[in-house]
Design a protein around this ligand. Structure first.
Ligand code: NAD
Ligand code: WQD
Length: 336
């Protein structure tokens, strides 16, 4: 089957592309490269051992999407394209609604016109807002503390309305917790442009000596060591979760929201210690003020993914840190 991945050259998209290509599917990557590099296409081809199609395009370009869906006989779309920096979304909300929400409407219009009715959407645990209980299951109420988070809620809701209006649609909104780590080959991983917003790439860059120290955002949360608790999920597990979701869409209809997490939380200090122990490198840090909007703890109840998709995360924190470290070293070699 032919699968279109919007945002396919990004961190998560590239790993999903490899996982589904290795199941024998044809993959078409569609990305405007606003936050990724075309070199990823070569790395994917190297890993899967065959060439693939890359289209440089914007999801707001409905016409180009239609042409692409038609030309490649696309059966399913994995929709990962989007802007994802929480802080930036507070400064530029129109960019976030335009890119994420308007972009998704454009994609759905193109799919409708071309008769493609199956889509996996990259949602986020951020849609749960401030947790009312833990672990978070899919029945938890939705709220957001940023335009980024609200763009994800708007998209989930518009996708549900589409599924209600026409039962031939099959839609899975995968709510990712904290993706981290790198591919088993260490050829691909999280390599953000500019200063990393997320914890793991920041820790990795400090360990590599690219940055002097990590700022730990608050040590006065209601958690055992006072730092924030999160559910870090290995990127390979996350990619396999998408493969399971694609199979699920083959035999289901309607709209579904499914958490992709491990259910096992770790604190910021535990992440630092684990990374230091795996890498043997020091990660100097200092405690600073809480980051606005951060919650004390956020982790998944992952039962639905197990029962509906037959999927559960298999890899542990050590494997997350080890692959991140090995990827950083591969990257440094490549840049020499
Ligand atoms: P990423 O920035 O690495 O990948 C997103 C890709 O989308 C980039 O390659 C970017 O160039 C592309 N893109 C952005 N706007 C586009 C547009 N208008 N048209 C075409 N391409 C466009 O981010 P990622 O971490 O791989 O995230 C992928 C998806 O998963 C995003 O939708 C993100 O919101 C969601 N998500 C990410 C996380 C996380 O922590 N990484 C957590 C939850 C959800
Ligand atoms: C993890 C922990 C920070 C950086 C964000 C988005 C969410 C989702 C995933 C897309 C927190 C602490 C971080 C640093 C730190 N993305 N931290 N120093 O905040 O759980 O979620 O990314 O959907 O929407 O909000 O992830 O990696 O930014 O932070 O102390 O330099 O690390 O306070 O406790 P978060 P994160």
């Amino acid at each position: 089957m032919s699968i279109l991945l919007t945002g396919g050259t990004g961190y998560i998209g590239s790993h999903v592309a490899v996982a589904v290509a290795q199941l024998g599917h044809e993959i078409v990557l569609y990305d405007n490269l606003s936050n990724s590099d075309e070199a990823v296409v070569t790395q994917i081809a190297q890993i899967i051992g065959r060439p693939l199609t890359f289209i440089r395009g914007d999801i707001r370009d409905t016409q180009l999407l239609q042409l692409t869906l038609r030309a490649h006989g696309v059966a399913v779309v994995v929709h990962l394209a989007g802007l994802k920096a929480v802080g930036e979304s507070l400064v530029s909300p129109l960019d976030y609604y335009g890119n994420n929400v308007q972009g998704t409407i454009s994609l759905m219009q193109a799919m409708k016109a071309e008769g493609v009715r199956k889509i996996v959407f990259s949602s986020s645990a951020t849609v749960y807002g401030q947790p009312k209980y833990l672990p978070l299951d899919e029945a938890h109420s939705l709220s957001a503390t940023s335009p980024y988070g609200r763009s994800k809620i708007h998209i989930e809701e518009l996708l549900r309305d589409v599924a209600v209006s026409d039962p031939s649609w099959s839609i899975a909104c995968l709510r990712y917790f904290n993706p981290a780590g790198a591919h088993d080959t260490f050829l691909m991983g999280d390599n953000p442009k500019g200063t990393p917003n997320n914890l793991m790439p920041f820790i990795a860059q400090v360990a590599m000596g690219k940055r002097a120290r990590l700022e730990v955002f608050g040590d006065d949360f209601e958690t055992e060591d006072g730092t924030g608790l999160r559910d870090y999920i290995h990127i390979m597990d996350l990619a396999e979760g998408h493969a399971a979701a694609l199979e699920f869409l083959g035999s289901s209809q309607g709209w579904h929201a499914i958490n992709l997490g491990t259910g096992q939380p770790y604190s910021v200090l535990q992440m630092i210690r684990s990374f230091e122990s795996v890498s043997g490198a020091a990660v100097p840090f200092e405690i600073s003020a809480r980051r606005p909007g951060d919650v004390a703890a956020c982790y998944a109840n992952a039962n639905k993914a197990k029962s509906v998709l037959g999927w559960a995360a298999k890899r542990n924190l050590r494997e997350i840190c080890e692959s991140t470290w090995r990827f950083q070293q591969t990257l440094a070699q490549r840049l020499k």
